[in-house]
Ligand binder design. Structure first.
Ligand SMILES: NCc1[nH]cc(CCC(=O)O)c1CC(=O)O
Length: 321
């Protein structure tokens, strides 16, 4: 393609790094690329996400795409609303970073070493619910802000620890501050955490094909498809206390004439019912399906969680992941 491809991004250090990986892949394939910064209400306001609304980081980028100010938009996938946007297509899902959450605690402490009453900062109902469910007597303190703002609350001694996506820290070259990478058994990440969503206009078929052939990763796409289908079917919006993690695993299928290796998607989900100051109940489910059935797998797991009582979730209380 001879035209210069304009890639829209938020201006945060994390967003610029993420967009840089997509731009590099395109440049390596011989494309001319220009990076265009788009400011979003989520960057301009420090109010709780619940007050600014769903899609706070992503709708301005999508608008710039639809207005033809940019040709490509790169988002943190977990920040995207589950509802599809008319005129926009998900062209590629690049290889995922480590999807797990990370603990950054004072004095190099792990979760199990933090004392009862320790103050742990997070603005995410999902992380809050799972931290409370550990029953270790932590005090969860609501926080917001970019990664540095959050980290500084630990370094300044205002908090004992914060929980952040490992992927963001790795992309910023700050993995050194992590004192424990949390096991998904304790802390299931947000659906699509660690993954990027690369969008373009539906009618821009050349760009779509280019992105699909150069930056898309099939295994990541299958995994996040399952996670996001679960979230969408829970009708929980992009910010409810819901965790999900899918992995593509190799399995053996008996063909009658010997075993054959097949790829499957293994999905785990968690939903919190009745999250309040006093108590939290976590509902868990897991299932496996063929790689081509990722979407149905997500919907089925959501149905199982709803059967277990996750219906109590719908309603307010949606903040950030
Ligand atoms: N909610 C904000 C947000 N959106 C994407 C990331 C990190 C990178 C990622 O998960 O892909 C973060 C920060 C965090 O949750 O710690």
């Amino acid at each position: 393609m001879t035209r210069t491809i304009r890639i829209g991004t938020r201006g945060s250090a994390l967003a610029l790094t993420q967009t840089g990986t997509v731009a590099d892949a395109l440049r390596k394939a011989g494309q001319e690329v220009e990076i265009v910064k788009v400011s979003t209400p989520g960057d301009r306001s420090s109010a709780p996400i619940a007050e600014i609304g769903v899609g706070v980081f992503t709708s301005a980028l999508r608008e710039a795409l639809l207005n033809k100010q940019v040709d490509v938009a790169v988002h943190s996938y977990k920040d995207l609303p589950t509802a599809p946007e008319r005129g926009i297509v998900l062209a590629a899902v690049p290889p995922r970073e480590d999807p797990r959450d990370a603990l950054i605690a004072r004095d190099g402490l792990t979760l199990g070493e933090l004392p009862s009453g320790a103050r742990i900062g997070t603005g995410s109902p999902r992380r809050t619910a799972q931290l409370r469910a550990l029953g270790l007597g932590f005090e969860v303190v609501p926080i917001r802000g970019n990664i540095d703002t959050r980290l500084n609350k630990v370094f300044d001694g205002e908090l004992d620890a914060v929980v952040l996506a490992r992927a963001g820290l790795v992309r910023l070259g700050r993995a050194d501050v992590i004192t424990e990478t949390l096991d998904p058994i304790q802390m299931l990440p947000a659906p699509a955490q660690g993954a990027l969503a690369v969008e373009c206009r539906v009618d821009d078929v050349d760009i779509e094909h280019l992105l699909r052939s150069i930056v898309d990763d099939e295994a990541t796409r299958a995994a996040v498809t399952a996670e996001r289908a679960m979230l969408a079917a829970l009708e929980a919006g992009c910010s409810a206390p819901v965790g999900a993690l899918a992995e593509v695993v190799e399995d053996y299928e008996d063909t009658g004439a010997g075993d054959r290796v097949v790829e499957r998607v293994s999905l785990r989900g968690v939903a919190a019912a009745g999250l309040d100051d006093e108590s939290v109940q976590l509902l868990r489910a897991s299932a496996v399906a063929g790689k081509s059935e990722a979407e149905q797998l997500g919907r089925d797991l959501a149905a199982e969680l709803l059967d277990l009582g996750a219906g109590a979730l719908s309603g307010p209380g949606r903040e950030s992941r």
